[in-house]
Design a protein around this ligand. Structure first.
Ligand code: FES
Length: 158
């Protein structure tokens, strides 16, 4: 055996050292990857919460018009408009217009009932349907903003 050839002990020691270095670098890389994941927001981008719904004449008087994509009812009473959520305040089922009571709403899941202004009056729903702000843009179109909840008494007058 030459003087420059490593003996078995040195080879084992070097392998252990290199294995340790590799394990350490792999750990650092995994931690860095895990940390990077927290920099990316965990958000699901949904539908726009502010949207145009059409001009006033699109909505028949004394009726609630259901807009399924936006999950709202547009309730028109003459010159006043209301945007009511169609999501039941009990467990979130889709509320419907009551075929037996003009202008009223009911929930088919557990029987909650709501007045034309969204006030709950029967069943397990703990509170009224949410009402959203309505405004009009420069083109004369009604715009609903679901980010702004209002009192049902604050109807929009055209
Ligand atoms: S979800 Fe509407 S009454 Fe229960």
């Amino acid at each position: 055996m030459s003087q420059f050839e490593p003996n078995q002990e040195e080879v084992t020691s070097r392998r252990l050292f290199l294995g340790g270095v590799f394990a350490f670098l792999a750990s650092v890389a995994l931690i860095a990857l895990g940390s990077f994941r927290f920099l990316v927001p965990n958000v699901i981008y949904g539908k726009n919460q502010r949207f145009k719904i059409g001009v006033p004449k699109d909505f028949p008087d004394k009726q609630a018009t259901y807009l399924p994509e936006q999950q709202i009812f547009i309730v028109r009473d003459g010159e006043t408009f209301m945007a009511l959520s169609s999501v039941c305040t009990h467990l979130g089922c889709a509320v419907r217009t009551d075929p037996d009571k003009q202008g009223f709403f009911f929930c088919p899941c557990h029987g909650s009932k709501f007045k034309p202004d969204g006030t709950n009056y029967a069943g397990p729903a703990p509170k009224p349907l949410s009402a959203y702000e309505i405004s009009m843009n420069n083109q004369g179109e009604l715009v609903v903003d679901k980010r702004v909840q209002i009192s049902p008494k604050e109807k929009y007058h055209i």
